[in-house]
Design a protein around this ligand. Structure first.
Ligand code: LLP
Length: 426
């Protein structure tokens, strides 16, 4: 008899018998066919994460704009475009990806503190839905670019509510000391300025307070602050058609307990209703919570190296593939693809890159030998999209699993690919 054991927080990844599966596919087969390191994503996991938001917004006017910086692979964008999502983009390059994946430019919102004139022009010509503007200087430039094109740019101002998202400082964005948004106390002035410019059409307001948020309170506080502003701005005669609450909902990496998207929105909508804004057009920009727990990274053990103070398990994935531990000391679970019997040893799981920061997991209890496969979990978000070719390591391949089918969605980058655009002098 085959037993199935799901992994905590990973409903689409389970041991069936002695083998780790994603949906109906054996991960060992994918590693053999495509090599390692290999990212594998579950389409069902993405759609199930999206469904939690859709349930939360049932009966409301709401647009979900997937924050594609979390994972911008074309086939991943295609899954969300086909499910009716718009996209939150932060560069002209991301806009090109949306279009290449069949996304609707009218459902695109363009965030970011440093949009260039060229990017503004590109986005205006593509007919995007809204620019989330982050400074008064940006308002002036956007208006002038729009006027040159004979167009009006739809704008929303990103306000900084000065709320602590209680997350890692590098991914907390809603505090006064952050570079993001327009300070709450200057927002009305900025809206008046926006309304006076000939190339702009004010359509909304937005905020985004940070990422990997696991508590409801920061969202509720930010919502209060934003709604206070909506009242002030509308009292000044400037209509706010939509309210965008950004992204930021966390996922379970290691026993984290973020609220489910529908539970979070039940509380937020109750507040919106109580304050009389429940029937407004709403927008959100979730990234990590849609894809993070839909992905694993398969990696092969190259050597085990016992040491006096530490034992090392050296694998073929590294900080160029999985930058989150090195950048944020982030935790990702690491599990065997085919568990073996034996006595567990405590290892630091590290990559081959020449830096001590190149670690994937510290003090992990594993039974492994060289040649074994490990799965690094919760790697659907901010891994491949942040991967580099440091140490002339080509970036990993990617596979999308759909039921019992597996589709290669990105070929492995070769070392030659990594220097194909370079040339010698003379
Ligand atoms: N909207 C804006 C304006 C953002 O800056 C972000 C993320 C999102 C939405 C989506 O946030 P999410 O729902 O994914 O939390 N590399 C870091 C995370 C950086 C987040 C940047 N902004 C990490 O690996 O933890």
């Amino acid at each position: 008899m085959t037993t199935t054991a799901s992994l905590p927080g990973q409903p689409f990844i389970a041991y069936q018998g002695e083998q780790l599966h994603m949906e109906g596919v054996r991960l060992v087969d994918l590693a053999r066919e495509h090599g390692t390191p290999l990212f594998v994503y579950s389409k069902a996991a993405m759609l199930s994460a999206l469904a939690a938001y859709q349930r939360g917004f049932a009966g409301r006017k709401a647009q979900i704009c997937y924050a594609m910086k979390a994972n911008s692979s074309l086939a991943v964008l295609q899954v969300f475009a086909n499910a009716g999502c718009g996209f939150d983009i932060v560069s002209g390059g991301e806009l090109l990806r949306v279009l290449a994946a069949g996304g609707d430019p009218a459902k695109v919102i363009f965030s970011g503190v440093g949009k260039t004139r060229a990017e503004m022009k590109q986005a205006l010509q593509a007919g995007i839905g809204c620019f989330n503007v982050e400074s008064e200087a940006e308002l002036d430039v956007l208006s002038s670019v729009a006027c040159e094109l004979g167009l009006k740019a739809p704008v929303s101002l990103r306000v900084n509510p000065n709320v602590d998202a209680k997350t890692h400082p590098y991914i907390s964005t809603g505090l006064k000391g952050n570079k993001f948004g327009i300070a709450h106390e200057h927002a009305l002035r900025a809206y008046r300025h926006a309304a006076s410019l000939p190339g702009l059409q004010v359509v909304g307001i937005d905020c985004h307070i940070g990422s990997q948020i696991t508590e409801v309170t920061p969202y509720l506080d930010a919502m209060d602050r934003v709604l206070d502003l909506v009242a002030e701005i509308e009292a000044a005669g400037i209509a706010i058609h939509h309210i965008d609450f950004g992204g930021g909902l966390g996922i379970d990496y290691n026993g984290d307990t973020p609220p489910a998207a529908d539970a979070l929105w039940a509380q937020l909508l109750a507040k919106l209703d109580a304050r009389g804004y429940g029937q407004r057009q709403l927008m959100i920009e979730p990234g990590r919570s849609l894809v993070g727990n839909a992905g694993v990274c398969l990696t092969e053990v190259i050597f085990t190296k016992p040491g006096e103070q530490k034992n090392f398990c050296i694998v073929d994935a590294a900080m160029n593939d999985l930058p989150r531990p090195a950048m944020y000391e982030a935790f990702h679970q690491i599990v065997p693809v085919v568990p073996r019997a034996g006595e567990a040893v405590t290892y630091d799981v590290v990559g081959p890159i020449c830096e001590s920061g190149d670690w994937l997991g510290r003090d992990r209890s594993l039974v492994v030998q060289s040649g074994d496969l490990l799965a690094v979990l919760s790697t659907g978000a901010y891994c491949m999209s942040m991967a580099s070719t440091y140490n002339t390591r080509g970036r990993a391949a990617e596979v999308l699993v759909d039921g019992d089918k597996a589709h290669l969605i990105r070929q492995r980058e070769s070392a030659f690919d990594t220097f194909a655009l370079e040339q010698l002098v003379g």
